[in-house]
Ligand binder design. Structure first.
Ligand SMILES: Cc1ncc(COP(=O)(O)O)c(C=O)c1O
Length: 406
C-alpha cells in the first residue's frame, strides 16, 4: 500500500516539458531522466508558501540550506560533510562544465568511463578538451551463462552477478591517466546508464590511481538517492583521505525528488585549494546564485521528503520487476541487472539492429521512445536505455505495445 499516489496519470503535454514536448511525437516517452510523478507534498507546500509571499528578489544561501545537505548525507549516507565544503550551484551540469573550464586548458584530456551520461561528452568537447573514453569491462558471457542456468531473469538479483557484469578497466584507466595531458576524471556514482553502485574498494582504487597521476576526480552523485530499496551507495569522498583530497562531488535533490526544473545543486569540496578554484569558477560563470525557489525546495526535500522518497524507491523497484519479467520472455533482449537509478540498460545486440535503428523503429511502430545506447559512447552501441519512472499503467501500456512489435 502506498500513501502517495504514484499511479496518478498527470498529462504533461503542453507544459513545456522537455520529456513530453520534445519527444519525436512519441506517446510513451520513456527517455530523458525525468519522472512522471508529482513532487512530494512538502516540496509543493514550500513552493506555494514562497509564491504566496509574492516578492522574488535576489537570494542568499541561508544556513539551513547547508544544514539540510549535511544532515541528509549524515543520516542517509553515513557521511559527515562540513559546511565549508559546500558551494551552491544552479545544476550538476553547470558545475561539471565550469570545473572542466577551470581545471583544464584546451587540448587537455578528460576521462570518462563509458557508456556514461551523454552530457559529459558535451561538457568536455565544448571546452576544447579531448574525450578519453575508458570503456567499462562488459561481461556479456557472465550474463549469458547466468541466464542459461536459471528459469527466470529475476534470479539475477545477487549482488555478485550484478557487480561483475560491468566493472572498471583499471589497466586501461591507468594508461590514460598517466598521459601528461590528462587533468580530470568525470566519474558517475551510481553509474548512469548501467546502474552500478561502485564499491568502496573500487572507489578507493580510482582515487589512488588518480592521485598517483595528479588527476582531479569530479564525482557526479546526482543519482545517489535512487538506489534499490535496501541498497546503499558509497560517497566517493568517504572512502579514503586520498579520495577526499582530490575530489569535487556534485550532489542535488533534483533527480531523486523530480525537481530538475528548479535548478538547484551543490558541490562538496573538502580540499581548500581545490574549493577556492571551483568557487571562483562557479562565480565567474555566474552559476553560483539561486533563483527564489532553488533553496526552499532543497530544504523541504531533504528535511521532509524522506517518507515520499522511500515509497518512490519501492514503486520504481516494482516497475523494474515488471520490466524484468516482461523481458525474460525475449531471449534477444538482455536486461542488465542493476542496483540503482530508474534507468534500465538493455542489451539488444542480438536483434541485429543498432540501438539507433531499434529506437527509431520502436518510436515509429509503437510510439514508445527509448534512448539509443550510442548516445552514451561507443560501448553503448546496440543497447537501449529505458526510463521506468512513470505510473504503472503507462509502463504496462508501453510494454503491451512493445510486445506487439517484438
Ligand atoms: C549523471 C547525471 N548528471 C547530471 C544530470 C543533470 O544534472 P542537472 O540537471 O543538475 O544539470 C543528469 C540528468 O539526467 C545525470 O543523469
Amino acid at each position: 500500500m502506498y500513501k502517495y499516489n504514484f499511479d496518478k496519470m498527470t498529462d504533461r503535454k503542453g507544459t513545456g516539458s522537455y520529456k513530453w514536448d520534445d519527444c519525436k511525437n512519441a506517446a510513451y516517452p520513456l527517455w530523458v531522466a525525468d519522472m512522471d510523478f508529482e513532487a512530494a507534498p512538502p516540496i509543493r507546500k514550500a513552493l506555494e508558501d514562497r509564491v504566496a509571499h509574492g516578492i522574488f528578489g535576489y537570494n542568499i544561501i541561508p544556513d539551513n540550506w547547508y544544514d539540510s545537505y549535511i544532515s541528509w548525507w549524515d543520516r542517509r549516507h553515513n557521511f559527515k560533510m562540513e559546511k565549508d565544503w559546500l558551494v551552491f550551484c544552479t545544476g550538476v551540469v553547470p558545475a561539471i562544465s565550469s570545473t572542466v573550464r577551470k581545471l583544464t586548458e584546451p587540448g587537455d584530456n578528460v576521462v570518462i568511463l563509458t557508456p556514461v551520461y551523454n552530457i559529459f561528452f558535451n561538457s568536455i568537447i565544448n571546452n576544447g578538451c579531448n574525450v578519453c573514453e575508458v570503456p567499462l569491462i562488459y561481461r556479456r558471457d557472465l550474463l549469458d551463462n547466468h541466464t542459461a542456468g536459471v528459469e527466470t531473469s529475476s534470479n539475477l538479483d545477487s549482488d555478485c552477478i550484478t557487480r561483475d557484469i560491468y566493472t572498471i578497466d583499471f589497466d586501461n584507466m591507468e594508461k590514460v591517466l598517466s598521459d601528461d595531458k590528462t587533468k580530470l576524471l568525470i566519474f558517475c556514482n551510481p553509474h548512469n546508464p548501467v546502474g552500478r553502485i561502485w564499491s568502496a574498494d573500487e572507489l578507493r582504487k580510482v582515487g589512488e590511481l588518480c592521485a598517483k597521476h595528479n588527476v582531479t576526480v569530479l564525482s557526479d552523485e546526482i543519482h545517489c538517492d535512487l538506489t534499490d530499496p535496501g541498497k546503499e551507495y558509497v560517497p566517493f569522498a568517504s572512502v579514503s583521505e586520498t579520495c577526499k583530497n582530490i575530489s569535487i562531488t556534485a550532489i542535488a535533490p533534483t533527480k531523486a525528488f523530480n525537481i530538475a526544473g528548479m535548478q538547484t545543486a551543490a558541490v562538496s569540496i573538502p580540499n581548500l585549494d581545490l574549493r577556492k578554484k571551483i568557487w571562483r569558477a562557479l562565480n565567474t560563470d555566474e552559476v553560483a546564485e539561486p533563483n527564489s525557489f532553488a533553496i526552499p525546495v532543497t530544504i523541504a526535500a531533504f528535511n521532509e521528503g524522506e517518507p515520499w522518497l522511500l515509497e518512490l524507491r519501492r514503486y520504481i523497484f516494482e516497475n523494474k520487476q515488471i520490466v524484468k519479467d516482461f523481458l525474460s520472455g525475449y531471449p534477444k533482449l538482455k536486461l542488465i541487472p542493476s542496483e540503482a537509478t530508474y534507468l534500465l540498460w538493455i542489451d539488444c545486440n542480438d536483434m541485429g539492429l543498432s540501438g539507433e535503428e531499434l529506437s527509431e523503429k520502436l518510436i515509429k511502430e509503437t510510439g514508445v521512445y527509448l534512448t539509443a545506447g550510442e548516445e552514451y559512447g561507443k560501448s553503448g552501441a546496440g543497447f537501449l536505455r529505458m526510463n521506468i519512472a512513470c505510473p504503472r499503467k503507462r509502463l504496462e501500456e508501453a510494454l503491451e505495445l512493445l510486445n506487439k512489435v517484438l
